[in-house]
Design a protein around this ligand. Structure first.
Ligand code: PEP
Ligand code: MN
Length: 338
């Protein structure tokens, strides 16, 4: 940590900072310039809050030197993390596509959706049994019954399942139905108690980016899960809220290469919740691949017009087949496997 003191700082003020650092088990390295005095704090700074120093008299600024996250940082783990899900890798050279409807509706819809996901060549299936809806009057999901339908439909095609957990009280049901990847949605990215709970198990977790979360806040949320012992974390960029109304969210393509530099965790992209319109999904998917994403999470419904949730953004099965064919070339041209 570097503490920059105001000009005309007094010896008492410098001593007060020195004493505070001592209390925090940090050593002070004082460098007096003509205009400014700078104090280098040496030691483990992660547990120290900038505010505790910022509030001291004579302090102008406090700058962190090390990243606030540790386990998820590439600094600490150079190689890409590859998560094995039923023998299928997520992360590394292979590019993976997860597809499926926004929500579980009926057994027939799920059976048909699973058939279409497998036929398109996707290795994983998504669907929400518990839905985070803006309105309490909208369809809230089929709940535990939905998990059962999802498991039954996906098992026929050997597809690992991804579904969102919103409430820790349902974690046992998720384990009972052997959910292969637990999704922590955008609205719960900073639900720290939920993050701590999924940190205690070993089921892989897809952690979506919060509506307006910075990359550092997002990585700190991943660190919550990792700190509990679960290092099977996949980050999912799904667009952030802006002033623009022409699409649902703004896909932050820049976040992809930045995350790949900052963390060893796999990074996937959800073009469906970013664009909010099916017609935007192909372009956003291709942009994500080119930027270095490790996979995609795409909404596909066997009959989009009839979808109970997010009908506008669901791809029809034939559109998913076309997109898979178009993406193959891009994935391979950048030296990855499809
Ligand atoms: C979803 O994947 O269905 C979902 C609700 O996503 P998000 O949390 O990104 O809004
Ligand atoms: Mn959705």
């Amino acid at each position: 940590m570097i503490i920059i003191m105001r000009s005309h700082v007094t010896d008492e003020e410098i001593n007060a900072v020195k004493n505070k650092l001592k209390e925090l088990d940090l050593e002070a390295n004082i460098s007096r310039g003509v205009e400014r005095t700078i104090i280098g704090a040496i030691g483990e700074e992660r547990s120290v809050h900038e505010e505790s120093l910022q509030a001291l008299s004579g302090v102008e600024d406090v700058i962190r030197v090390v990243k606030p996250y540790k386990i998820v940082a590439r600094e600490w783990h150079k190689e890409d993390t590859i998560i094995d899900i039923k023998g299928m890798p997520l992360g590394g050279k292979k590019f993976q596509v997860i597809a499926g409807p926004c929500s579980v509706e009926t057994q027939e819809q799920m059976d048909l959706a699973a058939k279409k996901v497998a036929a398109a060549g996707c290795n994983f299936m998504r669907a929400g049994a518990f839905k985070p809806r803006t309105s309490p009057y909208s369809f809230q999901g089929k709940g535990v019954e939905g998990l059962k339908m999802f498991r039954q439909a996906a098992d026929k095609y050997n597809l690992p399942i991804i579904t969102e957990l919103m409430d820790v009280r349902y974690l046992d049901d998720f384990l009972k139905y052997k959910v292969d990847i637990i999704q922590i949605g955008t609205r719960n990215m900073q639900n720290f108690d939920l993050l701590k709970e999924v940190g205690k198990i070993h089921t892989p977790v897809i952690l979506k980016r919060g509506l307006c979360a910075t990359l550092s806040e997002w990585l700190m949320s991943a660190e919550y899960i990792a700190a509990g012992g679960n290092h099977n974390i996949i980050l999912c960029e799904r667009g952030v809220r802006t002033f623009e109304k022409a699409y649902r969210n703004m896909l932050d393509v820049t976040a992809i290469p930045v995350l790949k530099k900052e963390t060893h965790l796999p990074v996937i992209v959800d073009p469906s919740h970013a664009g909010g319109k099916a017609e935007l999904v192909p372009a956003l998917s291709k942009a994500a691949i080119a930027a270095g994403a490790d996979g995609l999470l795409i909404e596909m419904h066997p009959n989009p017009c009839e979808a109970w949730c997010d009908a506008d953004q669901a791809l029809a099965p034939d559109k998913l087949v076309n997109l898979m064919a178009d993406m193959k070339g891009i994935v391979e041209v950048i030296g990855r496997e499809f």
